[in-house]
Design a protein around this ligand. Structure first.
Ligand code: SF4
Ligand code: SF4
Length: 360
């Protein structure tokens, strides 16, 4: 498969530019020039011109991007490395050139419904079984179900404590977020999205625990013509609205939001977390906040470049330390897992539900 004209235009624009090199969380973690938008664009532009083969090294480089959109946000001329990187992943898939670590996850997603090929946690399954039927679905997503299931249980407990009527699916369908991350808009990704949308459309409202699922339901499904009739909300937005009518204790805790790149840049949703935290304590900001946020981790990439992901999370802790933050609050299961794994002495990462539960 060839690259689209649009992607080639974006690669050509990026390949000799260095203006966003300082902003890439992966480049900052590795210190390597290959992990910049421009270096990726240079390699891919040569592949698109058929001047070099689409080699293993160039393909590996394509998978070293977190698709976090920091470069896109920084680009004053409006070029989009995320779009051409996603297309490069699709090209690798269609050409049968996926690296083994990617193929393993894609195969797992197709065979088991999650890129990790994992089975559900017993405690979470028991919790889900105890819930009643409802026309509101709480969609947990693969990262929460298979990597941070204790948090998923806590989020369910919080919604129950707040009197919310909702259901959670024991056999939740794959949202296709993992497939979209790994191979973009392939036929298999769209088929998984169609299958998931059929389930979502059995509900009036869908509350997404993971911002990644809210994003794919609202943005990519629309782009692919996959119709979701249910109202799709993020967990944070739902909770912020819910808490308006609830009694909560204002604590003397100072919370620092770790904005999810997906929420802040793709969904342009940054205020609900602040509204929640301001109800239960004081909000103190990172220097790079809201749309300028820096990624703190990605669990899919943690499967094949764990040391770099630990470094990415540690770098975000350094940002937090530099503003004197003690308690960082995240909306993303992936960022929670990576920040927890690198939590420095005297500092804490909390999920939004953990922070709220402290003040009920
Ligand atoms: S995204 Fe913009 S700033 Fe970054 S390399 Fe491309 S053209 Fe330069
Ligand atoms: S999308 Fe994020 S990880 Fe990828 S090149 Fe841009 S800043 Fe770096």
């Amino acid at each position: 498969m060839k690259f689209t004209k649009k992607s080639q235009e974006h690669m050509d624009a990026c390949r000799f530019c260095w203006m966003c090199r300082h902003i890439c969380p992966i480049g900052n973690a590795t210190g390597q020039e290959r992990n910049t938008a421009r270096a990726r664009a240079l390699g891919l532009s040569l592949v698109a011109r058929e001047a070099v083969a689409y080699s293993e090294d160039i393909i590996n480089n394509v998978y070293e991007c977190a698709l976090c959109g920091a470069c896109v946000k920084e680009c004053v001329t409006g070029w989009d490395p995320v779009a051409f990187t996603k297309e490069a992943r699709l090209v690798a898939a269609l050409d049968g050139k996926l690296p083994p670590y990617v193929l393993k996850m894609v195969t797992a997603a197709l065979e088991t419904g999650n890129v990790y090929g994992a089975t559900p946690d017993d405690k979470l399954t028991a919790k889900i079984k105890g819930l009643k039927k409802s026309d509101t679905l709480f969609f947990l997503g693969a990262d929460a179900r298979f990597k941070t299931s204790a948090n998923a249980v806590e989020a369910i407990d919080l919604l129950l404590a707040l009197g919310v009527d909702f259901a959670v699916l024991e056999n939740e369908p794959d949202s296709a977020y993992g497939l979209d991350f790994l191979v973009g808009a392939a036929a298999e990704t769209k088929a998984a999205a169609e299958k998931c949308a059929k389930v979502l459309n059995g509900y009036k409202k869908v509350i997404c625990y993971d911002p990644a699922d809210a994003k794919i339901f609202r943005r990519e499904y629309k782009e692919w013509g996959v119709d979701v009739k249910a109202e799709v909300l993020t967990f944070t937005a739902f909770l912020a609205d819910l808490l308006k009518d609830k009694k909560v204790k204002k604590s003397d805790l100072v919370f620092t939001p770790q904005d999810s790149a997906i929420l802040a840049r793709d969904l342009e949703e940054t205020e609900p977390i602040r509204a929640i935290l301001a109800r239960i304590g004081e909000v103190s900001e990172m220097l790079c906040n809201r749309r300028d946020t820096m990624l703190a981790g990605n669990l899919i990439m943690n499967e094949y470049m764990p040391l770099v992901m630990l470094r990415v999370a540690s770098d975000r802790w350094t940002n937090a330390k530099n503003v004197g933050a003690k308690t960082v609050v995240t909306e993303s299961p992936a960022e929670y897992a990576m920040l927890k794994a690198t939590e420095p002495d005297g500092m804490t990462v909390l999920t939004v539900e953990e922070a709220v539960a402290k003040c009920l």
